[in-house]
Ligand binder design. Structure first.
Ligand code: F6P
Length: 473
């Protein structure tokens, strides 16, 4: 097969912006490696070390760049040292400030978006960042290899890679929602077309729910010129029950449970207070502020809950290079403090807000949750909604946004809310808090079954198999 590059040896390649490992430079100059988790990590470990797998990712910070320069790395991972300014334009400028905003529909449209010369400059960086991935994949892939490209950061890769290596089987998976036609139409015509054609060059496109897959197909039907034959399919990533159940019973989690119980405290009657738990990255789409407003409404209109409930809100920093994310975090803190000032008593802090990322403490909160609050404006799936019922000790009632991908799998057993409707969300919190223990345990069981229907390793293997089954055209 004709190729502009030497053919490499990898048989299964994954490409994503964030890789499975990141590096920090210690004070003594040595490098410290930190490993991440998630569906792709489980999937690649499931195919075993001899499968000829390679993960191509981007160096994200100074530690990663230093690791690339020193030639330090993990077997099976190739980190691309894309120039920091190009990466910043592509990741912060285009992926997180344009594509994320379009697919989550979170622009304040009277003033944004503005597609000007600065946008075009950043778009050129997005193109060269995608090209760097396509070239590395073309270099590394063996004849006929399967390449699984991930997410909105890399929409142009399938098209660029196809041009370099027509022999490859290529898929692209979107971990986000996809915008409806009228919202996708905000993008300039040529950009829309590049994004769609970039993705349609893949053999298969994967989405988390039928809703997002249908939205993509509608955009492609409306805006993509010419015929296309790409398969569009749904793979609803589930929670990793085995890992979560084992990890959430380790000693560090038990310690945090004790600490968290003390923070939550006891109601005037002496019983433990109820806990409404949320755990999120402080992400604009997660709707943390409206969650707090609904909790305030609950305390306001149902005074019987005062001193008897605590809102445990873990809001971990995310994308702090972007001012709008920093401002959002400040707003979350402001509203939480306002509630604590207004309703708090010497023995009761109504909102326990923690901003420092601590996985063990998140699992502790999952175990203690009476109510799980998952109310995003819009979300590809939302794995927290799936994880909490799996981990919770006594069962938790789920208050779930109808705009989360998880709604399609868990909606029947949840208290479903319109994420913009504060009064409805407050009512749902009340209903969830008052659900009897028997029904709560039963519903939690059914939620956990639905949440674990497609564990991460199977989710990955299913896509790999489907890609290998594609008939070469
Ligand atoms: O949640 C959707 C998602 O696209 C994930 O696939 C991905 O890990 C994350 O968002 C990106 O977040 P970050 O900008 O922190 O890498």
């Amino acid at each position: 097969m004709a190729s502009t590059h030497g053919v490499g040896s990898a048989q299964v390649l994954v490409a994503s912006n964030r890789g499975p490992v990141s590096y920090a430079v210690r004070e003594d100059g040595s490098l410290h490696a930190k490993r991440g988790g998630g569906g792709l990590v489980s999937g690649l470990s499931a195919i075993g070390p001899d499968a000829g797998a390679l993960w191509v990712c981007s160096a994200l910070g100074d530690g990663d760049r230093e690791a690339v320069r020193r030639g330090v790395g993990e077997a099976g991972v190739r980190m691309l040292d894309i120039p920091a300014d190009v990466h910043a334009d592509a990741y912060n400028g285009i992926a997180n400030s344009v594509l994320w905003f379009v697919h989550h529909m979170i622009y304040q449209t009277p003033l944004e978006p503005v597609f000007d010369a600065e946008f075009r400059r950043q778009w050129a960086s997005y193109e060269s960042y995608n090209r760097a991935f396509a070239e590395a994949l073309a270099e590394e892939a063996g004849e006929g290899a399967a390449v699984l490209v991930q997410d909105y950061h890399l929409c142009l890769v399938p098209g660029m890679l196809r041009a370099l290596r027509p022999d490859l089987r290529i898929s692209h998976f979107s971990h986000t929602p996809w915008a409806p036609v009228d919202y996708f139409a905000l993008l300039p015509d040529d950009i829309r077309s590049q994004l769609l054609h970039g993705m349609l060059a893949a053999d298969r496109l994967g989405f988390l729910t039928r809703r997002w897959a249908d939205a993509f197909t509608a955009c492609a039907a409306k805006f993509a010129e010419g015929p296309w034959q790409t398969l569009v399919d749904v793979h609803g990533l589930g929670a990793d029950a085995d890992f979560l159940r084992a990890r959430s019973h380790e000693a560090d989690v038990e310690e945090r449970i004790t600490a968290l119980r003390a923070e939550i405290g006891t109601a005037p009657e002496g019983a433990a207070r109820k806990a409404i738990v949320r755990v999120d990255r402080t992400e604009l789409s997660k709707n943390i502020v409206r969650g707090l407003l609904a909790y305030r409404e609950l305390l306001d209109t149902r005074p019987e809950w005062r001193e008897r409930v605590v809102h445990v809100a873990f809001a971990y920093p995310s994308r702090q290079d972007l001012a709008v994310y920093r401002d959002y975090m400040v707003e979350v803190q402001r509203v939480a403090e306002e509630i604590n000032e207004r309703y708090g008593t010497p023995d009761w802090t109504p909102v326990l807000l923690h901003l420092k990322d601590d996985f063990a403490r998140s699992l502790a909160a999952y175990r203690l949750a009476d109510v799980a609050l998952v109310n995003p404006i819009r979300d590809g799936m939302n794995l927290v909604a799936k994880e909490m019922p799996v981990v919770s000790d006594a069962g938790c009632a789920l208050v779930l946004s109808r705009e989360a991908g998880a709604f399609w799998e868990l909606g029947d057993e949840a208290f479903v809310v319109n994420p913009y409707d504060i009064l409805e969300t407050a009512r749902a919190l009340h209903d969830a808090l008052t659900m009897g223990p028997g029904e709560r345990a039963e519903r939690t069981k059914r939620l956990a079954v639905a949440a674990t229907a497609l564990p991460p390793a199977q989710w990955f293997l299913e896509q790999l198999q489907a890609l290998r089954d594609v008939q070469p055209s």
